[in-house]
Write a protein that binds this ligand. Sequence first.
Ligand code: PLP
Length: 434
Amino acid sequence: MTSAHLTFDHTSDKIANRVVKMRSSAVRDLFAAASNPNIISLSGGMPDVSLLPHAAIRKATRAACDDERAVALQYGSTDGRVETKRVFCDLMRDIGVRAKPENVMITTGAQEALDLIAKTFVNPGDIVLAEGPTYLGALQAFSAYEPDIRCIPFDDEGMRMDLLEEELARIGKGNPRLKFLYTIPNFQNPGGVTMVPARRKRLIELSHEYGFMVVEDDPYGRLRYEGGHVLPLKALSDDVVYLGTVSKVFAPGLRTGWVVAPKSVLAKINLVKQGTDLCGSAFNQVVVEHYFTDTPWQKTLRTFVNTYRTRRDAMLAALDEHFPPEASWTRPEGGFFVWVTLPDYVDTGSMLGAALEHGVTYTPGDGFFPDGKTGKNCMRIAFCYESPENLAEAVKRLAGVINERLELYRAFIDAGALPNAGRADAASRSGTQS
Ligand SMILES: Cc1ncc(COP(=O)(O)O)c(C=O)c1O
């Protein structure tokens, strides 16, 4: 048999069910389009690493190449270098959490931690709770283990505790299928909203009452542009499993994150990680240690915060100016994202082609829900990467595309072509073809 016969189709009927069910991340798919210089991308959540000072990077990397290369180039322990753990304990102390190195594990970004947690705790059919919409990388990681993911809506104050309580009442106290609740309490991805202190307190109470683990994912917590620091869930209860990452405050290319959790949880995750990658990159851990101990990283963080604040303000001002009154959106106090809700007859997935033609991309809302159906009239727009001028231009272009849809819909209504306005997403579909 020649290699030409060894096509992928040859094995396609052998793929595991959990992979057949997986959907590609719309964001990953959009990266290709985003590389076109004529298109302004509001789709990816990439930090602007051009803001990092070269001298600091060189200094941190030199340590891994010179003095510490013997350890940096070698396998390390599965849970990570103790020196790196100490650095992360210091970062945790700044945000109000007292953590000891024995409660810390280093991971290959927070993404690996999401996979390890699901792999450790979830049997097919187990219940996982999360904000809806939620981070699509978490949905991808969890879905491999075939959970029943139930979404709890949020409002401007974060996850709705009244709706969580209703869901918990349906699930029942002590239900062994309920494994954990996943939340991004600060500047949620994709919602941009922050959970207020009273809801954080209530969430912890409910976790104790109903016996579920809380997984707190906090990549954006230090990127606050207004308002005061809110204590993490981890500061309210030792039982919380906290996920940190250097991706948004330093560089995602280092693929370094950490978990702070009770020792019993870490011991199990450690076993699973051994089978996944033996250990994370010691080289990258050495670089991260030096970055956070020997370079003025707080100054760089201030640059990040000031830059992203200006970009957020530019996006919000452009939304106020150009978006139609039928649209609503969140006003994030930090992080990277604004969540936009359009009338329910607009399908943001089918609108994406028109947006690309107008030179702008965004992420359609349905990818942030496990059923792939909810949120079709929503979109996530990111302000982290483009200049304020580009953001203003992108929002203007997007408003043009949306207004075309709305006008088309109104024309259908006026012409009496849509007797049932509730099913009007036919209007947006035919709009795609026009
Ligand atoms: C909420 C959330 N969690 C986790 C991640 C993954 O982070 P990391 O780069 O540390 O794997 C991201 C990345 O965008 C994110 O937004």
